[in-house]
Design a protein around this ligand. Structure first.
Ligand code: NOJ
Ligand code: CA
Length: 719
């Protein structure tokens, strides 16, 4: 571990500090902090001598009962400073600078060592009219900026309620944006690439087209947001360490091309209940003229706290199969009966109802999956629909819906638990909360203990439906605190968590590495619903994955869904090699082979890649990248000599050309290349592939054709 260098320079001056510069360690970036007229704090950012963020104001507006100003009042009347303003009337009280250059080791990840290298400036601001202080802390890395607000303990700012955060990100032009619409409850959207100026029209058209989206503003988008300028600069806006605060969206002022933060309201319409000392999450801006650097940036992880779990030996990467796809495709059901016993949880006598015969999580079916997992070296078998309550699991705003401990009568839990153990695999728990969060919290301790007692070590959570307490949103502060509570309680029980429909991640897996997965984007299930844009998986690494791993659940081999469920005439627009590549390009320590076992049988030679691929790496090298077009990455196995490569392609056919100069010079390797066949095409011929073996060294260059919606995967074994 490199030594931390800490230099503190405190300037006890007010007038002096009209403009303060902060440089990144390599001087690629310079950030300027200043106080604008009216005492409004602001910053701008230059990259390689060019502005990338113009003067952008910083601050917050507090709830009206602590003052009466609206944001418009504040911008018109800068000289008025009332109690609702944490926005104007500021002067610089002191400035502290520091530098750090350390290396830390994640429990799992894309590399085994992460460098945390930055220069920091913490500006303490004083607001005379209200006699209160606020600190804005900036950290400038060689790949971008992070800043956050800190509220020291003080009499005049002790309890406060946030009406809105007013952080700005002023763009230098009408950039390309890769965005999903603002929504307080879901990120399960296709991405759109458009000019900033086109967002309003596209969102308005989507609303009138009755897309199921709750738009808070006609120019509201979610983070992590990717931007590209006309001179080829890529920029990612997101947040890090979202703890005890509400999730940030961005609203575009499209006259001036300025994004402003827009927090998720709670059931009361408030945006944050705070008690000093406290702080906001970090707001992050990753910038590079090379798209690959955006993917390699570790700013989000670096801005989170070090690991808080002392003994991490129980946290492991997990490769799994599951009783899942057959429900998503409609072949089977989560529920046991259609003979709806409309009673409350725990009051249903399932021996008295008629099973519909389509239940997926039966003892016999789960046993089949356990055998398949054991035969092919998978760690776990996810079983959804194992517990009572699925007859009316969402849509009725039911408070008591599941108890998380009572199996259906045809799921012999003790037998399967012991059978799985004998075979050396684990069953993965599934807790669908139906977004009845109060019900889940009621049962959580018992549910985790039940897992400990029955040999479960990982749980997939679900939050489908409207949140109870009613009126809360999936991304409000109260819910953010809930996800965090579950994660920490689970850690006490040595349980790993993969939460679906939860707030999108912000690097918290550094502090709590038992968070091995999240959904928070459109995942494989949408292939079964017939709607994943080709190229979607080439934008996810630039957006959703910036915050942490995604449980995308790749591995579909049967691209004609009607072959799984004849009533679902849907085609998957992805080639088999595209699916293989996702194990590499969508990094996660949790990876599923999502298809039903029968789908793999005809293609066992290609399935071998899924069996072989690792989930934890020493090193990752991004070789090619362009959002919405392609991503190619090489990764070295943790504590090993072998490498794996994956390339995911979007809508246009292309030839990938990569140099294997990341291999050890002088060493010999054998590469097994899984690539699209000559006639492969994600729409017309998704199952055409070729497997080729060849000897390679660090001097080898490979040229590989990729189909529309195609890709390739390579195993490189050291000889
Ligand atoms: C939505 C999740 O994303 C999906 O994976 C799960 O099967 C269902 N909810 C049911 O919990
Ligand atoms: Ca989902």
């Amino acid at each position: 571990m490199r030594k931390t260098l800490l230099t503190l320079a405190v300037l006890a001056s007010t007038a002096l500090a009209n403009a303060l510069n902060l440089y990144s360690p390599d001087s690629t970036f310079v950030m300027e902090f200043k106080i604008l007229d009216g005492g409004i704090p602001a910053y701008n950012l230059n990259y390689k001598g060019k502005p990338v963020i113009l003067d952008s104001k910083l601050g917050l507006l507090l709830k009206a009962d602590q003052g009466t100003m609206s944001y418009d009042d504040l911008s018109r009347k800068n000289d008025v400073v009332d109690k609702s303003s944490l926005y104007n009337g500021f002067e610089v009280k002191s400035v502290a600078t520091a530098s750090q250059d350390t290396v830390w080791n994640p429990v799992w990840g894309e590399e085994s060592e992460i460098r945390d290298h930055y220069n920091e400036m913490a500006v303490t601001l004083h607001q005379k009219q209200n006699d209160r202080d606020m600190v804005i802390r900036f950290r400038l890395f060689n790949d971008g900026l992070g800043f956050r607000y800190e509220f020291p303990l003080q009499y005049n700012l002790n309890y406060f309620v946030i009406k809105e955060e007013l952080s700005e990100f002023a763009m230098t032009g009408d950039h390309w944006a890769y965005w999903i619409p603002g929504d307080y409850d879901t990120q399960e959207y296709d991405y759109t690439k458009s000019r900033l100026s086109e967002i309003r029209g596209l969102l308005e058209a989507a609303v009138t087209g009755n897309l199921s989206q709750t738009i808070f503003s006609p120019t509201g988008v979610q983070t992590s947001l990717l931007l590209k300028t006309d001179d080829g600069i890529y920029m990612n806006l997101h947040e890090a360490a979202l703890i005890d605060y509400s999730c940030m969206h961005l609203e575009l002022d499209d006259k001036n091309m300025v994004f402003r933060s827009w927090l998720t309201p709670d059931a009361m319409g408030d945006k944050g209940y705070m008690q000093s000392p406290c702080k906001s999450p970090w707001r992050t801006i990753i910038v590079s003229d090379d798209a690959r650097d955006i993917l390699a940036s570790r700013i989000t992880l670096n801005l989170n706290e070090p690991c808080k779990i002392e003994d991490t030996s129980w946290i492991k990467p997990v490769k799994y199969v599951g009783v899942w796809w057959e429900m998503i495709t409609g072949k089977c059901e989560w529920s046991y009966t259609y003979d709806l016993p409309s009673v409350k949880i725990g009051e249903t006598d399932y021996t008295k109802v008629k099973p519909h015969g389509k239940h997926g999580a039966t003892t016999e079916n789960v046993k089949k999956y356990i055998d398949f997992a054991a035969e092919h070296g998978f760690d776990e078998v996810l079983v959804e629909g194992w517990n009572v309550g699925w007859e009316d699991w969402f849509g009725h705003s039911k408070d008591f819906v599941f108890d998380f401990v009572t199996p259906y009568p045809d799921f012999d839990l003790p037998y399967l638990r012991d059978y799985a153990k004998e075979k050396g695999v684990k069953i993965m728990m599934h807790h669908e909360t139906s977004a009845s969060v109060r019900n889940y919290e009621r049962h959580l301790e018992q549910a985790l203990q039940f897992m400990n007692d029955n040999n479960y070590d990982a749980a997939k959570l679900g939050y489908v439906g409207n949140i109870i307490p009613r009126g809360e949103k999936h991304y409000s502060q109260w819910m953010v605190n809930h996800y965090q509570y579950v994660l920490e309680q689970a850690a006490k029980h040595k349980v790993m968590i993969n939460a679906h429909e939860a707030v999108r991640p912000t690097g918290i897996c550094r502090t709590w590495p038992n968070l091995i997965g999240n959904e928070a984007a459109r995942g494989t299930e949408y292939y079964a619903f017939g709607s994943i844009k080709t190229g979607h998986t080439t934008i996810l690494p630039f957006t959703r994955l910036i915050g942490g791993p995604m449980d995308f659940t790749p591995g579909l081999f049967q691209m004609d869904i009607a072959k799984v469920n004849p009533n679902r005439p849907v085609k998957v627009n992805s080639t088999i090699c595209n699916q293989l590549s996702l194990y590499m390009t969508l990094y996660s320590p949790l990876q599923m082979a999502a298809d039903v076992p029968e789908s793999y049988e005809p293609y066992m030679d290609a399935f071998q890649f899924i069996k072989d691929v690792h989930l934890d790496w020493d090193k990752s090298v991004y070789l090619e990248a362009e959002p919405f077009e392609y991503v190619t990455v090489a990764r070295k196995v943790k504590n090993g000599e072998d490498w794996f490569v994956g390339s995911t392609n979007g809508e246009k056919k292309r030839t990938s050309k990569i140099k294997l100069d990341f291999l050890t010079p002088g060493a010999k390797y054998e590469a097994t290349i899984y690539k699209d066949g000559k006639k492969a095409d994600c729409y017309d011929n998704p199952t055409d592939y070729v497997i080729e073996k060849k000897k390679v060294t660090s001097k080898t260059t490979l040229k590989i054709d990729e189909a529309r919606g195609g890709g390739y995967a390579i195993t490189i074994r050291k000889l």
